[in-house]
Design a protein around this ligand. Structure first.
Ligand SMILES: NC(=O)c1ccc[n+]([C@@H]2O[C@H](COP(=O)([O-])OP(=O)(O)OC[C@H]3O[C@@H](n4cnc5c(N)ncnc54)[C@H](O)[C@@H]3O)[C@@H](O)[C@H]2O)c1
Length: 349
């Protein structure tokens, strides 16, 4: 049996990934390790009924002893590392925790994986690993920095991160690469564009705008709103990670994107129109420091070499996402009231 350790599986993308893996791979066991920071929400996973193949463990990826125990107990065969501090605005306020979780946490996981996966654990120069093991680091296109009016991010570009968040993710990518080069670890790194879809914490652009629109609150838009992002439905991101986990060539980096460039203001206006509200709700606010102008992904490598392609058009994905938020007012309310934190206490104490 394959046992996949998913870290950060109570967050937005992680929870969608856990469910996709349980559905697509009936013989796999999923161990979900999450520290349940403000962004981790066990309500995202409550529809999982197959408890035999799914285990949740509240733990911090920086806790080496605990990670060691988990590898030993569950005989982990792959790691998909989502666990991270992920919000750029928060990284400007408090950079330290981004470096601690995103860089040190990744290094701890790599070290523990190396210890358990080496074919000859006592031979420190041996680069042979047990068959089928893999460490997949979930990264972001933000590590490449910002683009001008034209051009696309390709995997061979130098990393030029501009925010403490993207700098911490770029640093983690470098550490993952080093474990491959120095120790021969079977690794992959994926770099995805902006995600949208169900279960996204309402501090991020799309759920924030939907929620504020529903409550007829102001819609704060940074600067002129002309920052361009390349949007991908979270299910497509998860299917791409699944593809890389199974077909990725060891040591390779794969960009993930769906060729959907949109300016932030276009998204805000689409949400307003879909919900039948007025554009008077838009309030332009002072831009954030180091705000990258444009991100856009060249996905040629993953589409041609691994045969992956996105399944959602942006229009369909946004329609379903808006409907999902409309149909889940309790989920949003629990987050806003902080009640989602009590869910863990109720379920696990
Ligand atoms: N959201 C996007 O658009 C996007 C795009 C590309 C890449 N990514 C990457 O994907 C990953 C997941 O992003 P997300 O949007 O789901 O983030 P999220 O903030 O919704 O979830 C992060 C999860 O990690 C957990 N976590 C944080 N620190 C931890 C620690 N020390 N130990 C264990 N768990 C911890 C949190 O509790 C939370 O459940 C991140 O690595 C992010 O950099 C996100």
């Amino acid at each position: 049996m394959k046992t996949v350790l998913v870290t950060g599986g109570a967050g937005f993308i992680g929870c969608n990934f856990v469910k996709l893996m349980l559905a697509h791979h009936p013989s796999y066991r999923i161990i979900n390790v999450d520290a349940l920071t403000y962004a981790g929400n066990l309500e995202n996973l409550k529809e999982i009924t197959d408890k035999g193949r799914y285990v949740f463990i509240k733990a911090d990826i920086r806790d080496k002893e605990k990670m060691d125990e988990i590898f030993k107990t569950y005989e982990i065969t792959s790691v998909v590392n989502f666990a991270a501090e992920s919000h750029v605005d928060r990284s400007i306020e408090e950079p330290e925790i981004f470096l601690l979780t995103n860089v040190i946490g990744t290094q701890v996981l790599l070290d523990v994986a190396k210890k358990h996966w080496k074919a000859h654990p006592n031979d420190k120069y041996c680069k042979t690993y047990k068959p089928g093991v893999k460490f997949l680091q979930v990264s972001t296109d933000e590590v490449y920095g910002a683009l001008g009016e034209t051009g696309l991010f390709v995997e061979t570009m130098p990393l030029m991160p501009n925010s403490p968040y993207s700098a911490s993710k770029a640093s983690a990518d470098m550490v993952v690469r080093a474990y491959h080069e120095t120790f021969g670890m079977p690794v992959n790194i994926t770099r995805c564009s902006n995600n949208y879809g169900p279960f996204q914490f309402p501090e991020k652009l799309i759920p924030l705008m939907i929620n504020n629109c529903l409550e007829e609150k102001e819609l704060p838009v940074y600067g002129d709103g002309m920052q361009v992002r390349d949007w991908l439905h979270v299910t497509d991101h998860c299917s791409a990670i699944d593809t890389v986990l199974h077909k990725g060539v060891d040591g390779e980096v794969y960009n993930i994107g769906g060729n959907n460039e949109k300016a932030n203001i276009e998204i805000v206006k689409l949400i307003i129109k879909t919900l039948g509200k007025s554009e008077d709700l838009i309030k332009y606010v002072k831009d954030r420091p180091g705000h990258d102008k444009r991100y856009a992904i060249d996905n040629t490598k993953i589409t041609t070499q691994l045969d992956w392609e996105p399944s959602y058009t942006f229009e369909q994905g946004m329609k379903e996402t808006i409907e999902w938020y409309l149909n889940h007012p309790d989920w949003i309310e629990h987050i806003i009231l902080g009640d989602y934190v009590k869910y863990y206490q109720k379920m696990y104490h």
